[in-house]
Design a protein around this ligand. Structure first.
Ligand SMILES: *Cc1c(COP(=O)(O)O)cnc(C)c1O
Length: 410
C-alpha cells in the first residue's frame, strides 16, 4: 500500500473504488494521497467526493497557467481535430512557430523538442559528447540538483538515494558541492566537456545560485572550452517572472533544457542551444518520435501568447511580493520558519519542523502544497493566481504551520 496516511479525512466511496483499481493494476512506484482528483479550473481543483481545494502546486509545476487555462484548452482542441501527430520526417507549421517563439525569448538559438525533462537533459548530455566526438565526455553536476530519472539524467543527479540498486551508472559524471567554484575547477580535466546546473534548485529546496556562482561557471566554461548547460525544467518558461531563470543572473548558457511548464500541462520538453552548437546534433544521432508534436506545439504557443496577452510576467512579480510579505510576517511571529525564498511563482519556505506534517495539515484545510528536502514547503503556484487567492492560500498555510509547530512543541 503506497497510500499516504490521511489523519483526519475519511476516504469516500468513489475514491476508494479508484484506489482499489490502482492497488490491483498500477505499478506502486508513487506515494499517493488518498484523494482522487477529477476536475480543475484555475487554481481550484475538485476531488471525486466533490471537495474543492486551492492548489498552490498545480501539476507539480507543470500547470503554469492553472488548471485547464481556456486559451490552451481551445488551441489543443482545435489542433487535435486537425492533425494529432505526424512524424519528424515532415514539416509542421506549429513546431516551427513554437521554436521561433522560444528562440526570440531566449538567446536566439534553435530548439530540439522531446516530451519530458529527463529527455531534454539526455539531449543535452548527448550534445556535450557529440561536440567533441566523445573525447570530452565528462560532465560536472552539483549535489542538491535534480535532472530526471532516465539513466543519463539520474546519473547526472548527484544524490546517492537516486542511484540505489541501479548501478552501474553512466560513466563520466562528477559531482561538486553547489556553489563551490574551487571544487569545480579541481574536477575538470582534459576529458571534461560541460557543466550542468539548475540556476535555481527546485527539488533541492528552491535555492537560487549564490552570488557570482553562475558567472564563475561561465568563466570556467569559456576558459576551458566547456558547454554551460542550465536545467530550467522547473524554473523556466516564465515561472520566475522572467522567461528563463538565467535571465535573473546576467549569465547566458550554451544550452537550456525545458519541460514541466513548457506546454502548460500538456507533455512536452525542449532543449534550446545556439545555431552553432545545434549542428552537432546531426541527423541520425538523436530523435524523439513524439517530440514537437502538433498538440504539444499548439499548447506551447498558446501558453506563451497567453502569458504575453495577460501580462502575466508582471502579474507574477506582484503576487510574489505579496507572498514574500505574508511569509516574512509569519517568520516574525513563528520561529519554526527559518527562511523564505520567493522567485516569482517558485517559493520555498524552510522550516525547522517536518514538512510532510505541514503538507498533511494543509490538505486537511483543502490546500495543496508540497514539501521537498524534508523541511522545505514548496509552492509552484499558477501564474494566474489572484491576489485574493494568495491571501487565502497564505492564511491556510500559516495556520497549518502554526498548528504543526504547536503540536511539535507539546
Ligand atoms: C522535474 C525535473 C526534471 C525531470 O523532468 P521529467 O519531465 O519528470 O522527466 C529534470 N530537471 C528538473 C530541474 C526538474 O525539476
Amino acid at each position: 500500500m503506497a497510500t499516504i496516511d490521511s489523519t483526519t479525512t475519511a476516504i469516500g466511496p468513489q475514491t476508494q473504488a479508484v484506489i482499489d483499481v490502482f492497488d490491483r493494476y498500477v505499478v506502486p512506484n508513487y506515494k499517493r494521497f488518498p484523494v482522487c482528483l477529477v476536475r480543475g479550473e484555475g487554481s481550484r481543483v475538485w476531488d471525486a467526493e466533490g471537495t474543492e481545494y486551492l492548489d498552490l502546486f498545480p501539476g507539480w509545476g507543470c500547470n503554469l497557467l492553472g488548471h485547464c487555462p481556456e486559451p490552451v484548452v481551445r488551441a489543443v482542441q482545435e489542433q487535435v481535430a486537425r492533425l494529432i501527430h505526424v512524424p519528424n520526417s515532415w514539416y509542421t507549421e506549429p513546431q516551427g512557430e513554437w521554436a521561433r517563439l522560444l528562440s526570440e525569448r531566449s538567446f536566439g538559438g534553435q530548439a530540439f523538442f522531446c516530451n519530458s525533462g529527463t529527455e531534454a537533459n539526455e539531449a543535452a548530455i548527448k550534445l556535450v559528447r557529440l561536440r567533441t566526438d566523445g573525447r570530452k565526455y565528462k560532465l560536472v553536476t552539483f549535489k542538491g540538483g535534480f535532472h530526471g530519472r532516465t539513466m543519463g539524467s539520474v546519473t547526472a543527479t548527484a544524490q546517492p538515494k537516486y542511484h540505489e540498486g541501479l548501478g552501474p551508472m553512466l560513466a563520466g559524471f562528477q559531482y561538486a558541492p553547489h556553489g563551490d567554484l574551487a571544487a569545480v575547477e579541481k574536477l575538470i580535466d582534459d576529458q571534461t566537456g560541460g557543466i550542468l546546473v539548475e540556476p535555481i534548485l527546485g527539488e533541492g529546496g528552491v535555492v537560487p545560485a549564490p552570488e557570482g556562482f553562475l558567472q564563475g561557471l561561465r568563466r570556467i566554461c569559456d576558459e576551458r572550452d566547456l558547454l554551460l548547460v542550465f536545467d530550467e525544467v522547473q524554473c523556466g518558461c516564465g515561472r520566475t517572472g522572467k522567461w528563463f531563470g538565467y535571465q535573473h543572473f546576467g549569465v547566458t548558457p550554451d544550452v537550456i533544457t525545458l519541460a514541466k511548464s513548457l506546454c502548460a500541462g500538456i507533455a512536452g520538453g525542449a532543449m534550446l542551444t545556439t545555431v552553432e552548437l545545434a549542428k552537432h546534433l546531426r541527423p541520425g544521432m538523436h530523435a524523439s518520435t513524439f517530440g514537437g508534436n502538433p498538440i504539444a506545439a499548439a499548447a506551447g504557443i498558446a501558453a506563451i501568447e497567453m502569458i504575453e496577452r495577460e501580462k502575466l510576467l508582471d502579474h507574477v512579480e506582484h503576487t510574489a511580493a505579496i507572498f514574500r510579505e505574508r511569509m516574512l510576517e509569519l517568520k516574525e511571529r513563528c520561529d519554526v520558519v527559518r527562511d523564505v525564498r520567493v522567485l516569482g511563482m517558485m517559493i520555498g519556505i524552510e522550516l525547522s519542523i517536518d514538512g510532510a506534517a505541514v503538507v498533511q495539515a494543509c490538505l486537511d484545510k483543502n490546500l495543496l502544497v508540497n514539501a521537498t528536502q524534508g523541511r522545505v514547503i514548496r509552492l509552484l503556484p499558477a501564474m494566474t493566481l489572484t491576489e485574493a487567492e494568495v491571501h487565502e492560500g497564505c492564511d491556510r498555510l500559516a495556520a497549518a504551520i502554526v498548528e504543526v509547530a504547536t503540536r511539535s512543541e507539546g
